[in-house]
Design a protein around this ligand. Structure first.
Ligand code: BMX
Ligand code: ZN
Length: 299
């Protein structure tokens, strides 16, 4: 039987996981809604259940990789900080807890870093050595890959683009700052804009209406475009990456809006920015997490 690895992606909304082989082929999947209201214990219980489900089907699993929202201490795999998207998760010794629970080696990465690893392994970032990842989901995640390596920083917080300030004094964020990018360009922020246009709309519905030229949807999405443009302009200025890979739920809807945004972006910045939608979609984080443990086990 072929050796396999578990990759798990823990975000503010869902836990998605799979058992994958060494080529990244998905053998089995499992998932849950993230039980955020239950705090640390509830979240870890759900993570365990998902892993157990995948382990039951096979005994050849060599290790468990996890991408989690929050800052992950590079050497220990401990979550040093998580904002209110994952209540109680700050301080969670995740790698140690998973290794103890399953007696298997584990690797823990920030979720956007895992997505960047996945895209670099099998997806849109394959041609690039220097790239940034921007995930537009419950929160806004970010990753920086330079010379083919993820930059973690001192506390695993490098590339937390969601907490770069877009509007000084703006919406208050559970990270302690105000006006963080996360509150203007995440999928959740787009959902808020959608509900302002029409109480029953979600972000996807807003983008559909925008693509159809709806009079009320266009100005709301234009506002979103302006904020997202500022975000990528700043990332490009700072890092000069070959490409910025866009992931998360909003990027999954890219056929509805990406080309229109690029035209707007060209008016707002003189920089040449290559924007590429993540090609692995929902699976980028899972595959990247599996890749992280695979690399660790093999070294
Ligand atoms: C938040 C922050 C990031 C994370 C990003 C995307 C926490 C719990 N999360 O900015 O570390 O990468 O959200 O997370 O502090 P997601 O929930 O959208 O996947
Ligand atoms: Zn913040």
């Amino acid at each position: 039987m072929k050796e396999s690895y578990i990759g798990l992606d823990l975000g503010g909304t869902g836990i998605k996981a799979a058992r994958v082989d060494e080529d990244g082929a998905i053998i089995a999947r499992a998932g849950r809604v993230t039980p955020t209201a239950e705090g640390r214990e509830g979240i870890f219980h759900a993570v365990r259940q998902v892993i157990e489900e995948l382990l039951e089907q096979n005994s050849q699993v060599r290790g468990i990789g996890i991408g989690t929202a929050g800052w992950v201490e590079p050497d220990t795999g401990k979550v040093l900080f998580a904002n209110n998207n994952l209540p109680g998760w700050t301080g969670m010794p995740l790698r140690e807890a998973v290794e103890q629970a399953f007696s298997l080696p584990a690797a823990v990465e920030n979720d956007a870093n895992a997505a960047a690893l996945g895209e670099g392994w099998l997806g849109s970032a394959l041609p690039y050595r220097h790239y940034a990842m921007l995930t537009l989901g419950t929160g806004v995640g970010g990753a920086v890959v330079l010379d083919g390596r993820i930059i973690t920083g001192r506390k695993g917080a490098a590339g937390e683009f969601g907490h770069m300030v877009l509007y000084p004094g703006g919406i208050s964020c559970s990270c302690g700052q105000r006006g963080c990018m996360e509150h203007y360009v995440s999928g959740r922020a787009l959902g808020r804009l959608a509900a302002e246009v029409h109480p029953a709309w979600d972000g996807r519905r807003l983008l559909e209406a925008f693509a159809a030229g709806d009079d009320a949807a266009v100005p709301a999405v234009e506002r979103y475009f302006t904020d997202l443009s500022l975000a990528v302009h700043n990332i490009q200025s700072f890092l000069d990456p070959e490409a910025i890979i866009l992931g998360g739920g909003v990027a999954d809807s890219h056929p509805l809006w990406l080309e229109a945004w690029k035209l707007r972006l060209a008016e707002l910045t003189p920089l040449q920015i290559t924007l590429i939608p993540a090609s692995l979609g929902n699976e980028a984080g899972i595959l990247g997490a599996a890749r992280a443990i695979m690399q660790k086990v093999r070294n």
